[in-house]
Design a binder for this molecule. Structure first.
Ligand code: ADP
Ligand code: MG
Ligand code: MG
Length: 351
């Protein structure tokens, strides 16, 4: 059997840098070393790309995957050279990155330009899934139920802040969730209970993005589903996020480790059916590929609202996305292998 050359790209200029290192360790550890020649490619927190040597064994700890670069911010030349040279070219690359530059279509665009097969979503699904406004507009097109919202750019807000605050107060009911349009991990998100908090939350969100969304808060359970595949996507059972805090904020996600999951979520057959249908519809309207995690609100009377999709969801063995598949009988290693195969399949389709 010929060995396949696989590049695993991780780290990144992102709040989820450390999470990415843990994911990379798990993904590499799950790979079959007799089938793949594995090159670790580390993007430092400053944005420098550092290609490692071929791995002979799985790293025993994420720190082994942290390489020192030459300190050249944004230098991707080494990667581009390796990936362009026919003797070192990758058969496929696996981006294990989260947030801006990893999950938003930019790196996927680089792979497309280089004609490199890659794991996961393409440019369109990645960028549309990263922009909460565009995502909502597409969900609306697909007939998916969503909470009422308003959005605005910094330029427009600056022009007449009072008008936007008034619009939010007229059209939406407190509490409101104010979010930067293009981010994840709950960074920049605040729950506002009154006008003063709303104004503060808007200024805060604008520190992270030039476009923001204000959403009506909903009292509901948070349910997530995993989707896997390309043209014939399959959808997992449902899992529930059980935050022990006011909402599922950054520290609940990554710092305290206080968040619990219930897998499977306790939902009725009808609710599960509705959730699964909506998850597939969201995947299709984005033209998803490989993997997507679709996140929902489920109200007490069984109404399903889509909150968002994540096109490169958390992927450590204890993350929701893999856990939902593991609960249906797949192993983590099988999941990693299937994602690689779906990446190759999608590339073949385009040829
Ligand atoms: P991110 O992409 O950063 O994960 P989300 O839109 O998922 O952003 O919001 C993060 C968390 O904030 C959610 O998991 C939920 O706990 C809470 N939240 C967000 N929007 C609402 C809303 N409209 N009503 C109630 N809770 C919300
Ligand atoms: Mg998100
Ligand atoms: Mg979320």
């Amino acid at each position: 059997m010929t060995m396949k050359k696989l590049g695993v790209i991780y780290g990144g200029k992102s709040a989820e840098h450390e999470v990415s290192l843990m994911t990379a360790k798990a993904v590499i550890g799950a790979l079959d070393f007799s089938a793949y020649d594995i090159t670790p490619i580390y993007i430092t927190i400053e944005g420098e790309w550092v290609c490692g040597e071929l791995l002979t064994t799985a790293p025993s700890n994420p720190e082994e995957l942290r390489f020192a670069g030459k300190g050249q911010a944004d230098s991707i030349l080494e990667f581009v050279q390796r990936a362009s040279d026919p003797t070192t070219r990758f058969d496929i690359v696996f981006p294990v990155l989260h947030g801006p530059n990893g999950e938003d279509g930019t790196i996927q665009g680089l792979f497309e330009m280089m004609n490199l097969p890659y794991v996961g979503n393409g440019v369109l699904a990645s960028s549309a899934g990263m922009d909460k406004v565009t995502m909502k507009q597409l969900f609306h097109q697909a007939g998916l139920n969503q909470v009422p919202y308003a959005y605005i750019t910094h330029f427009e807000y600056d022009n007449d802040p009072a008008a936007f605050v008034e619009k939010c107060e007229n059209e939406l009911t407190y509490p409101l969730f104010v979010k930067p349009a293009n981010l994840g991990s709950s960074v920049g998100i605040t729950k506002a209970k009154n006008k003063a908090e709303l104004e503060k939350a808007i200024d805060f969100a604008f520190q992270y993005d030039r476009k923001i969304v204000v959403e009506q808060g909903i009292t509901a359970r948070e349910i997530e589903l995993s989707i896997l595949g390309n043209d014939k996507p399959t959808v997992s059972i449902a899992g529930e996020v059980l935050p022990t805090k006011d909402f599922y904020d950054y520290s609940a996600k990554y710092v305290d480790g206080t968040t619990n999951y219930a897998i499977p979520a306790e939902v009725s057959e009808q609710e599960l059916h509705n959730l699964q249908q909506a998850a597939i519809a969201a995947f299709k309207v984005l033209d998803g590929a490989g993997l997507v995690r679709a996140d929902f609100f489920l109200t007490q009377d069984g109404e399903v609202y889509i909150n968002e999709v994540n096109t490169l969801p958390g992927f450590t063995p204890i993350s929701m996305y893999p856990k939902l598949w593991i609960a249906t009988g797949k192993t983590y290693a099988q999941l990693v292998e299937e994602l690689i195969q779906f990446g190759l399949e999608r590339f073949e389709e385009k040829q």
